[in-house]
Design a binder for this molecule. Structure first.
Ligand code: 13P
Length: 253
């Protein structure tokens, strides 16, 4: 079934000490006033995963996510991290296809399809990112652009495998810019994404899929965004680096 999810993508921020401090703060705040019905995910750099996993063992419901993984099982791929390694480090979720990886590391839809397979084959949950650049939004072709990303990287999956996938719609023009999609823009795209998924996987599977919004989501706009019919939570960048802001967002449901 569809879950409410708030995931904090730290990107390349925080030393180990800073990361431990931030997660302790979040765990304490969440314990003080428990949050119901929201899956909380922390997505730190790879190198902090093991230490954070040790810290979090007694602090459910916070889950760990990774920002990427390699498309191969194992082998001579210097500098890379496999899905099996992530699993063995306590990771539950893996972000696949973030726009920064598509743009700076040339990740193609086909490569992302292979990464999705790796994540699912290792019993992990992919958070698949999609979203259009400003030029595409300005030419009003955002739906076609995002539908192609979804089709190329997800439509090879069985209905059962698709049932494990979480989607994050992150318009590139809203990431790190302070410009958030309006409630109308977010709802329109999330609904269109759900309809596109339904056209291939069926209404029920699409209805059960959590679709998160990402892009300058913060305490001041999270409530409005999370109240939308087809927005099931957020993938948070900048605001997840501050414990109080991140917990305020979690409490926006
Ligand atoms: P910001 O919240 O900093 O805009 O980043 C969003 C994002 O890219 C999360 O993956």
């Amino acid at each position: 079934m569809k879950k409410n999810i708030v995931a904090g993508n730290w990107k390349m921020h925080k030393s180990l000490d800073e990361g431990l401090k931030l997660v302790s703060e979040i765990a304490t705040l969440v314990k003080e006033a428990p949050v119901n019905e929201v899956e909380i995910i922390i997505v730190p750099p790879f190198i902090h995963l093991t230490a954070l996993n040790k810290l979090l063992q007694d602090n459910d419901p916070i889950q760990l996510g990774a920002q990427n993984c390699n498309e191969h099982d194992s082998g001579a791929y210097t500098g890379e991290v496999s899905a099996a390694m992530l699993k063995s480090s306590g990771v539950v979720y893996v972000i696949i296809g973030h726009s920064e990886r598509r743009a700076y590391f040339n990740e193609s839809d086909e490569l992302l399809a292979a990464k999705i397979n790796q994540v699912l084959n290792n019993g992990l949950i992919p958070i698949f990112c999609c979203g259009e650049p400003l030029s595409v939004r300005e030419s009003n072709s955002q739906e076609d652009f995002v539908f192609t990303q979804l089709t190329n990287s997800l439509f090879h999956l069985s209905k059962e495998s698709f049932g494990k996938v979480v989607i994050a719609y992150e318009p590139i023009w809203a990431i790190g810019t302070g410009v958030t999609a309006s409630a109308a823009q977010a709802q329109e795209m999330h609904k269109a994404i759900r309809n596109h998924l339904a056209s291939h996987f069926g209404q029920e599977a699409a209805g059960n899929c959590s679709i998160l919004y990402g892009g300058s989501c913060k305490p001041s706009n999270a409530k409005e965004l999370f109240a939308l019919n087809d927005v099931d939570g957020g993938l948070i960048g900048g605001a997840s680096l501050n414990g109080t802001d991140f917990v305020d967002i979690i409490r926006s449901f």
